[in-house]
Write a protein that binds this ligand. Structure first.
Ligand SMILES: [Zn+2]
Length: 376
């Protein structure tokens, strides 16, 4: 099953337009779908108001405790009783109820596509938690895959699905209101449908032409990049990005990028500038990413398939977590790039827990009957 979820952010209607267009195309004939393709909309109230969110960010609201509370209310209240709380809590409850209903009918493994757009002008790219199955899904698309972004945020929907062992990636198709973003969203959905063998052959859909359009939109960009730096921003900083930086432009160490009330802000390293902030809301000024060499991806796949992560505590400065068997804690002196890099290769994901760095081993498949499961 390909489960597409669009409009978690209400100021990003592109995914909805693309999915509506795609469903219409399927109804027009000439294409037969075998298997399940489902399209859901996230934040209906925010989409109607054309804002990112009403009370709180629906893509930062998937903490385990919160989802368990929603599941509890669905079991008790059926569909009738609305939950008291924010506008987004109501949206989340409806969305989870819809997801439960559709996955109950799924005939194969669930693959999720979460459709987004960016404030800056951008070529399309995917974001993912770095599990092997998410990588396979992202590499099925001829556009850059960004690793490590999800470590910088907390409570994203796909992070919860990762816990369930579902495959899922996010697609950022381009600038919020660009017509090319709708095209890129549609192209990605068709390309994934083909990858998952959901399109019966022959069909009148020219997936090769759609892949070619994605290739030309991302010409010259690396296949996989890794987030190396984040510039955090607080409202009192009066952060202002210098005008005219597109996403993925190369910058040199020392080059001026922005300014705030303390003066100019320069790039701390060479790399590709990523997600420069050109909207009012947001607490990431910009990121710097660098290309990951394909060899490292092969090395990490090899290590993970052989369970080398079990020996993580052999690395100096990496200590067993006192309570969790799937996690390790880093000694303060060990929180440098090389130790983090090795743990990333082994499939661990950083979580900043107070003043200590905890690294959690990602799951590739969830335990049967997990209380986190959304199935009824
Ligand atoms: Zn978004």
């Amino acid at each position: 099953m390909l489960l597409c979820i669009a409009g978690l952010h209400g100021n990003e209607p592109s995914g909805n337009h693309a999915l509506a267009r795609l469903l219409k195309r399927c109804e027009a004939g000439g294409v037969t779908i075998r298997g399940d393709v489902v399209a859901l909309t996230g934040n209906l109230a925010a989409l109607a108001a054309r804002v990112r969110f009403i009370d709180e960010d629906l893509n930062r609201s998937w903490q385990i405790d919160r989802v368990l509370t929603v599941l509890e209310s669905l079991r008790e209240g059926g569909d009738g009783a609305p939950m008291v709380g924010s506008a987004e809590l109501k949206e989340q409850r409806e969305l989870i109820a819809a997801i439960r209903e559709v996955i109950g009918r799924a005939r194969g493994p669930v693959h999720v596509l979460d459709l987004h757009t960016t404030s800056a002008e951008s070529a399309p790219f995917t974001t993912l938690g770095d599990t092997l199955q998410n990588r396979s899904m992202a590499r099925a698309l001829p556009i850059p895959a960004v690793l490590g972004l999800e470590e910088q945020i907390e409570g994203a929907m796909l992070q919860y699905f990762d816990l369930l062992g579902w495959a899922g990636i996010g697609i950022e198709a381009g600038q919020h209101d660009a017509a090319t973003s709708i095209d890129a969203h549609a192209d990605v959905v068709w390309a994934l449908m083909e990858y998952l063998e959901l399109i019966e052959h022959p069909s009148t859909i020219d997936v090769a032409a759609r892949r070619a359009r994605l290739i030309s939109a991302t010409d010259g960009l690396p296949e996989v990049v890794d987030v190396r730096y984040r510039h955090p921003v607080a409202p009192e900083d009066e952060f202002r990005m210098d005008a005219g930086f597109p996403n993925f432009v190369f910058v040199r160490k020392g080059q001026r990028l922005a300014e705030d009330r303390n003066g100019p802000i320069a790039a701390p390293m060479d790399g590709l500038l990523f997600l420069p902030l050109y909207q009012e809301q947001g607490d990431d000024g910009f990121f710097i990413v660098r290309a990951v060499r394909p060899m490292w991806l092969s090395v990490s796949r090899w290590l993970r398939q052989r369970g080398v992560d079990r020996f993580a505590t052999w690395i100096p400065g990496v200590i067993r977590h006192p309570e969790r068997h799937d996690a390790v804690v880093l000694a303060r002196w060990a929180t440098n790039r090389s130790v983090l890099g090795i743990l990333h290769l082994l499939g661990f994901n950083a979580l900043h827990d107070g003043d200590r760095t905890v690294m959690i081993r990602r799951v590739e498949s969830a335990a049967e009957g997990s209380p986190l499961d959304l199935r009824e």
